[in-house]
Write a protein that binds this ligand. Structure first.
Ligand code: ADP
Ligand code: ZN
Length: 513
């Protein structure tokens, strides 16, 4: 079939060949088979329904949640000579579009999920059988996905009403759970999954503890002269970081977040896209729909929301295929905050959110290949080492900290689960300051049971135990035991951590802010 499609690919889009697994997806849907295509951003998902829209009789219906992206695509499709239209709240010509659909004058019709699930739309499709349903951003149908949209759940009756019309679900971000759920929710058979390669071999991944973000990032940026993005967890953070990095590096740095007025945002975006050295400190609001192939680095000043978001955000680096860097700084407090937020979630979401956090914890904690872990998360079977991540380039030594972890957890328990890491460390190392004596903590069996030599492992260990939820924080910031503490205390869960780097000369200021 590819033989007949190639000339169409060339004449419609000007491309000489299919990329990755595009051909497979197109062939499947042309043969009328339900399909879930999981392909990273930039892999060319739109082509997998745009080409069939030209090749097949009848109109392809594209369900898509973002009006702005829809209109971009619409322009692109029309530029390729495809007869495309959209039915969204931003379109004034609904009557004309419906008429064109009924007369069979459309190849491609974009529609938002809330409209697609309405009575009127169903009636429209009854007037003429569609050729294909393309469901973009299909992870929105799953509660396991990072962007669940209830409207997507209501699509199923529409799809089932046209059960002989093939379905093509598309997403860039679906882990194993989400993928399985999409298949079930949209009625696509198990063997309908087409998973394209997620590897971005030119991106070098580095993940390290945050011990002073501004300083660490300034050094990183100085070593990376090209344009880049620094993701910060908060709006204020983007502004402070911009000022600090500009001062420290002398590079043009602009802050970007949803609180800025639209003109300012457009300006920052425009400056960045045209710059060869510019840096944007941004919240995750920045990046979607930005077409800049030569981004040389993406840094995270704090823990990203999920492995999916991490992959998507770092994926904005090095689209041109040249070497690019991804650096993530994380702290125990990132996990503490994220785990705290779990308690505010509706019961039904807690399990999936916790799984997501555990996956992030595994990524930051691993002493093995980061890329292999990422790719396995997306269901691939990568080689054990990639040679282009921090752990492959400079393998950390592992230390067995199981016994130390037991001592630490006991100290947290015996001091009443309300003191911060500093106090617990002081108890363990036998520093009898006033606060300790006052509380009688110098009389505890855990007082002074950690030798000076081992003390350097305490901070990284707290981070590690926090990430794996053996430790949690109280609402006042004290340490308490988490659900994973028991197996550690009982010796059922070994605790291996990466040997911390030799301690730099101690300066004032708190670590791990
Ligand atoms: P996605 O939706 O997967 O993020 P797009 O559909 O926006 O990706 O495509 C990304 C880019 O790749 C677009 O510029 C598109 O024109 C281009 N592209 C898609 N398929 C091919 C192909 N077979 N050959 C060359 N370029 C392609
Ligand atoms: Zn690696």
């Amino acid at each position: 079939m590819t033989d007949t499609l190639l000339p169409l690919l060339k004449s419609t889009f000007g491309f000489d060949a299919f990329r990755g697994r595009q051909a497979e997806v197109v062939e499947r849907v042309m043969a009328g088979r339900h399909t879930l295509a999981v392909m990273p951003t930039g892999a060319g998902k739109s082509l997998t329904y745009q080409l069939p829209s030209v090749a097949l009789d009848g109109c392809v219906i594209v369900v898509s949640p973002l009006i702005a992206l829809m209109h971009d695509q619409l322009r692109g499709a029309r530029a390729a000579g495809i007869r495309a239209a959209s039915l969204t709240s931003a379109d004034a010509d609904h009557a004309d579009t419906r008429q064109a659909y009924r007369e069979g004058l459309l190849d491609l019709l974009y529609v938002a999920p809330e409209r697609a699930t309405g009575e009127g739309f169903r009636a429209l499709l009854d007037s003429r059988r569609p050729a294909l349903f393309a469901i973009d951003e299909a992870h929105c149908v799953s509660e396991w996905g990072h962007d669940f949209r209830p409207d997507y759940r209501l699509l199923r009756p529409l799809l089932d009403a046209f059960s002989d019309v093939p379905r093509l679900a598309l997403t860039a971000t679906a882990d194993r759970h989400t993928r399985a759920d999409i298949l079930v929710q949209l009625g696509i058979p198990q063997d309908g999954l087409v998973l394209a390669g997620f590897d971005r071999p030119n991106i070098r991944y580095r993940v390290m503890p945050r011990v002073g973000a501004a300083k660490q990032l300034a050094a990183f940026i100085t070593a990376n002269p090209g344009p880049g993005i620094v993701y910060c967890p908060t709006r204020d953070g983007t502004e402070r970081m911009a000022a600090s990095l500009a001062a420290a590096t002398g590079r043009p740095v602009a802050a970007y977040h949803a609180g800025l007025d639209p003109e300012r945002r457009a300006q920052v975006q425009h400056d960045f896209v045209t710059s060869e050295e510019g840096i944007v400190t941004a919240t995750v609001a920045f990046g979607m729909g930005i077409d800049k192939p030569d981004v040389r680095f993406v840094a995270h000043a704090g823990l990203p929301k999920s492995i999916e978001s991490y992959y998507q955000e770092t994926g904005r680096a090095g689209r041109d295929g040249d070497p690019a860097e991804a650096l993530m700084l994380w702290g125990a407090d990132d996990f503490a905050r994220a785990r705290m937020r779990l308690s505010e979630l509706p019961e039904a979401r807690v399990a999936s959110e916790r799984t997501r956090l555990d996956a992030l914890a595994a990524l930051v904690e691993t002493v093995e290949c980061r890329r292999a872990l990422l790719l396995r998360h997306f269901g691939e079977h990568p080689p054990e080492r990639c040679g282009n991540c921090d752990n492959c380039l400079d393998p950390p030594r592992q230390v067995d900290a199981t016994v130390l972890a037991q001592k630490l957890l006991s100290a947290v328990y015996r001091t009443g689960q309300s003191f911060g890491a500093g106090h617990v460390e002081a108890v363990l190392t036998g520093r009898s300051d006033e606060r300790i004596v006052q509380r009688g903590h110098d009389k505890l069996s855990v007082f002074g049971i950690v030798a000076g030599e081992e003390a350097r492992l305490i901070k990284p260990l707290v981070r590690s135990l926090m990430a794996r939820e053996a430790l949690a924080t109280t609402e006042h910031g004290g340490l308490m035991l988490g659900p994973a503490a028991r197996p550690v205390l009982k010796g059922e869960a070994p605790v291996l951590i990466a040997e911390p780097p030799a301690r730099p000369a101690r300066r004032g200021g708190r670590a791990d802010r």
